[in-house]
Design a protein. Structure first.
Length: 255
């Protein structure tokens, strides 16, 4: 790849996994499950150098390889070619040293989960002194969360820690954004933020409470009642549970 052709890669991990360069979706052009599993694994290790034995055991615990080092070396070679790694230091995405491999955090890339965390931190720092800017940053951050981290690998143990961290962060920062919007009485915006959350996780009761409260603040009592009935049915059919005391108390206020 010439320097004129060079473009940083964009990596999407929150929801559907995707790697892009400009308009080119690399993950659609190269159907190689083991190659992309290797890339996802190294990416999830946040730059740590992973020995071959650990890598093979974590990724393919039920497979036996006659020569695991040769297998991984071949996969790394294919991965580097797929990503466009060449003599340009900006493209040195996968590095190796002393028989271990890692994703290079000093290479030139954009990663949605990394951007998500950074924007959340910026928003938190601005919340007290500049709530308008904090609202903008929170909204930009939360828009990046399209689903769980590497959701195609739900049963891979090595994805659990980052997946749970990003999921908690998404809820925490959504609630912080809703608090700022409530202080400004932006009821319609509150519902928009809640609906975005529902599209990913419809079972977080605190978000439903904010949604119904915003309806009540605008006098939409019938809509608030209808939403309560919807949530009650949803929770019962999915989990066999009833609304919490806080939700039942809010419902009493509607009558």
């Amino acid at each position: 790849m010439s320097r004129e052709q060079y473009r940083r890669i964009e990596i999407y991990t929150l929801g559907q996994f995707k790697v892009k360069r400009g308009d080119e979706i690399i993950t659609e052009q190269t159907k190689a499950p083991k190659v992309w599993a290797l890339f996802q694994y190294l990416l999830a290790q946040r730059g740590a150098a992973i020995p071959v034995d650990t890598l093979v055991e974590d990724l393919w615990p039920e497979q036996e390889f006659d020569d695991p080092r040769a297998v991984v070396k071949s996969l790394v070679y294919r991965l580097r070619n797929t990503l466009g790694q060449d003599d340009d230091p900006r493209t040195h995405y996968i590095t190796s040293a002393q028989g271990a491999y890692s994703f290079n955090p000093r290479s030139d890339y954009w990663l949605d989960s990394q951007e998500f965390e950074a924007l959340c931190e910026q928003a938190s720092q601005r919340a007290e002194k500049d709530p308008e800017e904090a609202i903008r940053l929170y909204d930009e951050a939360l828009e990046l969360y399209k689903g769980e981290f590497l959701e195609g690998n739900l049963y891979s143990p090595w994805t659990l820690v980052p997946r749970n961290r990003y999921k908690r962060l998404y809820l925490e920062k959504t609630l912080e954004l809703l608090k700022l919007l409530k202080e400004k009485a932006q009821w319609g915006e509150i519902r928009r933020v809640c609906e975005r959350y529902f599209a990913i996780d419809p079972f977080e009761e605190d978000i439903h409470l904010h949604f119904m409260e915003s309806l009540l603040e605008e006098g939409q009592v019938n809509n608030a009642r209808a939403h309560y009935q919807y949530v009650s049915s949803l929770f019962f059919h999915q989990h066999g549970t009833s609304p919490s005391p806080a939700m039942r108390e809010l419902y009493r206020k509607m009558n």
